[in-house]
Write a protein that binds this ligand. Sequence first.
Ligand SMILES: [Fe+2]
Length: 353
Amino acid sequence: MNQINRIDQIYCPTKVFFGPGSIDNLKEVKKTYKNIFILCDKAIPRETTGKIKDLLADSVESFVTYDLDSEPTATGLNRFLRKKTGLTDCVLGIGGGSILDSAKVLAIREGNIEDFNEDSEALPIITIPTTAGTGAELTKSAIVKSGDIKRGIRSEKLFPALAIVDPALCDSLPLELTKYTSFDALTHAVETYFSKRSNPLTRAISQLSLSIVLQYLPIAMKEFKENGKPTLQTRKELSYAAMLQGFTLSNASTCLPHRIQYALSTVSDAGHSAGLACVYRAWLNMAKPKIGNCDYKQIIKFMDTIGIYITLSDIGINKENIEKIVRRLDGSLDADPSFKDLSQVKKILEESL
Ligand SMILES: [Fe+2]
């Protein structure tokens, strides 16, 4: 079979430092940027924030924390946008996917998110993930809540200039968060492989990433049980799998579960991974994806093994919400090869209650 006819474009302009201790590369950053606006997850340990401040020293212009339960809000981000100065020359985000998304938004030149458009310019962005799941460290998009509406902010200008993926920063991540963020990485691998927009390169990466999560998430859970936390090697594997998916998210696409999760999160405050987990079994049974040699039934069995059983009812969604969720679906549904019409989505939601 001719392998390369389906590759039109590959783009990943982000420089990546990867590995335990890679945070030390921030020393180099201060040679380039002199007024860095840092957005930090409120839950980051003081030891880590202290180290970042030390490494960047005089190049720190502002250091603000954002207390986020789920997606960033337009109101919250506009407040931070106004804190930037004319001198700000870089925006650095340290935290989970929502914080990294927020940092991308804060890099835009406009004073309000609502003014962002396809011609908008952005300051250089640095991402430092402290979870392993979203792949946001390498992507060009951010999801922002504005009242009942969720908006995807996307632009090649929002590709981070630099990502520092230091698995040691995930050291204090609790078991449930480790499990659900890794599950997000797994869904990216499954969906970007299955997507109509995949190509031989992204599929190879998705397959590798999936095999790492399938092998190392159970190991991480065992290590939590036996030693209280996973080893650094296990964290490294899971961070690597998640980061690889940042590349495939930018160069392929996710499928129906991600479209549905965005819509259902307008009626529930549950996090991204939890929303995905609610609908995943029903979607797998409908779409029947095969990722290399891995059958969809193996993914369902894996969810059973790691104990992911959450339903829509668990996150406060009932039958009455379904029509509203279907109406709020957005984005390219047809990247999913199994998508035919909206009645399928309704069925997935009904089966996930
Ligand atoms: Fe995701």
